[in-house]
Design a protein around this ligand. Structure first.
Ligand code: ZN
Length: 188
């Protein structure tokens, strides 16, 4: 079947995907679907359309505006404990070297070095830039005189969501705004 697409291009019309509680399924990366997946989910009756683009797609048998925000009909329970991954360690530490604050050349550092029995765990791994990592080498923090800005900890899903909001993607359609920031905690 041939689908004719009106301007602006459908390819630039991703749909923001919300959980059944109207919050994004994921903040970072922000949960978005390409228009094909969004329309498929609409036809499978898995989602409700909350907002649409002006852009339409049509075939001989149907025409519809592309969804810009969709909401799952069934609530998906978020994982209770975030996975201990390189990405999530960086997200917890806001993609910032915990020693000097810079954001380039990020790697990670064992607070208590592995050579001294330090474990690769949430509580012992921090984001660090390569120069700081080299400088600290396999010394203990007190020997190196290097303490992380924030002592490493096992974050909650909420912690990671909060940090994920600090890194919005390049594309944010105006119709998404009501759903992205309404539940942001106010800074004192
Ligand atoms: Zn550094």
């Amino acid at each position: 079947m041939t689908v004719h697409v009106a301007v602006p291009k459908a390819e630039s019309c991703p749909a923001l995907v919300l959980n059944a509680d109207y919050r994004p399924l994921s903040y970072y990366p922000l949960s978005v679907w390409c228009w094909q997946d969004a329309i498929k989910a609409v036809f499978l009756e898995r989602v409700v359309i909350l907002s649409e683009y002006d852009t339409t797609v049509r075939s001989p048998s149907f025409e519809m505006r592309l969804p810009s925000v969709v909401c799952l009909k069934t609530y998906i329970q978020p994982a209770r404990n975030p996975a201990f991954t390189r990405f999530n360690v960086f997200l917890r530490d806001r993609f910032t070297c915990q020693y000097c604050g810079q954001r380039e050349e990020l790697t990670f550092d064992h607070l208590i070095p592995r050579s001294r029995g330090g474990l690769t765990t949430w509580e012992n791994v921090v984001a660090a830039c390569s120069p700081c990592n080299l400088r600290k080498s396999d010394r203990l923090p007190r020997d190196a005189g290097m303490w992380p800005h924030q002592m490493p900890y096992a974050p909650s899903v909420h912690d990671l969501h909060r940090n994920g909001r600090l890194f919005p993607p390049n594309f944010l359609h105006e119709s998404w705004m009501d759903y992205l920031y309404w539940d942001t905690e106010l800074e004192p």
